[in-house]
Structures are given as structure tokens and as C-alpha cells.
Ligand binder design. Sequence first.
Ligand SMILES: CC(C)(COP(=O)(O)OP(=O)(O)OC[C@H]1O[C@@H](n2cnc3c(N)ncnc32)[C@H](O)[C@@H]1OP(=O)(O)O)[C@@H](O)C(=O)NCCC(=O)NCCS
Length: 147
Amino acid sequence: MTPSYPVMRPDDLDAVVEAEQRCHEFPWTRGNFADSLAAGHGAWLAREDGRMTGYAVMMRAPDESHLLNITILPDLQRGGRGSALLAYLFEEARTWGAARMLLEVRPGNASGLALYRRNGFAEIGRRRDYYPARAGREDAIVMAREL
Ligand SMILES: CC(C)(COP(=O)(O)OP(=O)(O)OC[C@H]1O[C@@H](n2cnc3c(N)ncnc32)[C@H](O)[C@@H]1OP(=O)(O)O)[C@@H](O)C(=O)NCCC(=O)NCCS
């Protein structure tokens, strides 16, 4: 089934927020998604056969795009959908004129790190105490990929 990547709309937020809570230990709130849409960030659903399979949010900067969220529903992971959604985001970012894509990822997020490494991202630094964690805060690994 060929996926489609329609733009995320406010009407989609019930489904997105419900999925977000199942997919992340520290999920974005509805307000985080609503603020992203209001700010004009790029936000897309991934759909197959009328079903939402995942979603992504990406921020524009002058020469860069910043990937803020990429999620594939748990029962559909490891089927190549995360890589396909990333490839779509690379194309979108290029149409904005971005020369590279940046992101942050938790050091403990094995699937995220593996997805990004597999798709050409390399670590370029760390941000200390970037994320809330179970005990205190957790650093972020900053990764980048040329587009
Ligand atoms: C990260 C995520 C988007 C990956 O989506 P996916 O559809 O499973 O990714 P793919 O199937 O395209 O995987 C691509 C490669 O990444 C690696 N990978 C993905 N998940 C992995 C895991 N759990 N363990 C080890 N490697 C993994 C593998 O190398 C995989 O290729 P392979 O299956 O051929 O070995 C998905 O696991 C997810 O939504 N996780 C929860 C949300 C999250 O952490 N998002 C990232 C931070 S916002």
C-alpha cells in the first residue's frame, strides 16, 4: 500500500494526541501540537488505506529544517514506514530551501537513534539537561544530515 502524507489539521489532533500518548514515554500535549500548527510548522500525517500510521512535525529555519517529532504507531513499527516518512520530510525540507536537517533525540531512544543513523544522520553535539526524565533531566543528542 502506497502511503500518503496529508497536512495535519486541527481536526486530526484527537487521533494524533491519542497516538502520541501510546507511543512516547514523555508525550507532547495537545497544546504542543496546536502551537506547532499555529506557528506554521510543517506537520503531516502518514496514512495507508484510510488509516493513520504515523505523523511528523518539522520547523523551518532559514537554511535548515528542524525535525521536532516523528512517530509511527507501535503495531506498525519496523516495517520501513519511519524511513519512508523521513524521506518524504527530506523532500519537503528541500522544497523550503533547507540545506540540512537537525534534530534532538534522547540517548536512551534506541529506535529513534537507529532510525536516524540508518538514514544518514550523524551526531554533532549534545544539549545538557534538555529533556524531562524520570529522575530530573536528560541530555539530548543533536544530530544533523545534509540534504
Ligand atoms: C523511531 C520510529 C519513528 C521508527 O519508525 P519505524 O517505522 O519503526 O522505522 P523503520 O521501520 O523505517 O526502521 C528503520 C531502521 O531503524 C532501525 N530501527 C527502528 N526501530 C528500531 C528498534 N526498535 N531497534 C533497533 N533498530 C531499530 C533499524 O535499523 C531499522 O531498519 P531495519 O528494520 O531494516 O533493521 C518508531 O520506532 C517510533 O515511532 N518510535 C516512538 C516515537 C519516537 O521515539 N520517535 C523518535 C523521536 S521523536
